[in-house]
Design a binder for this molecule. Sequence first.
Ligand SMILES: [Zn+2]
Length: 181
Amino acid sequence: MKKLLIVIDMQNDFVTGSLGLPQAEKIVTTVKSKIEEYKKNGDRVIFTRDTHTDNYLETQEGRHLPVVHCIEGTEGHRIIDDLDTSGCEVFDKPAFGSIELAEMLALKGAFGQRTDKCEYDEIELCGLCTDICVISNALILKAMLPETRITVDPSYCAGVTEESHEAALMTMKMCQVNVTE
Ligand SMILES: [Zn+2]
């Protein structure tokens, strides 16, 4: 089975920085082992980075969440040192979910148009936060690639609160994301 792992926003600002959460620190070891498992099997791993510019506070996201984070080029924007990105792609995204990432994965038809398929049987997502960027990307991938299994294992991601983590898992389950136990 051909698999792809997408590691969502495991950046300094979300783990120990301006939006750091203790529940994010708790998943570092498990996410690290997941990445190593994929690499060992020769499977592809893509890291995403939440990416903002200096005008963050004037953006819609900044108005709703006025905490400066993940500014391009800063320490907070970097993937945490515990995770090894060597041999992996790093994909910067300006919003919660990335249509560009899903488009990049969709196979092209004879006339260059995207299709509802990709080369992977399964795309697994892990990282931060379950209730914002993990769910956004899971639902975009599900919409763009309805024939691909989209998997989220709850122990490899963390939400802003325990309640919103559980609520996001429930919503993903309802939308036929493969939420494993
Ligand atoms: Zn952000």
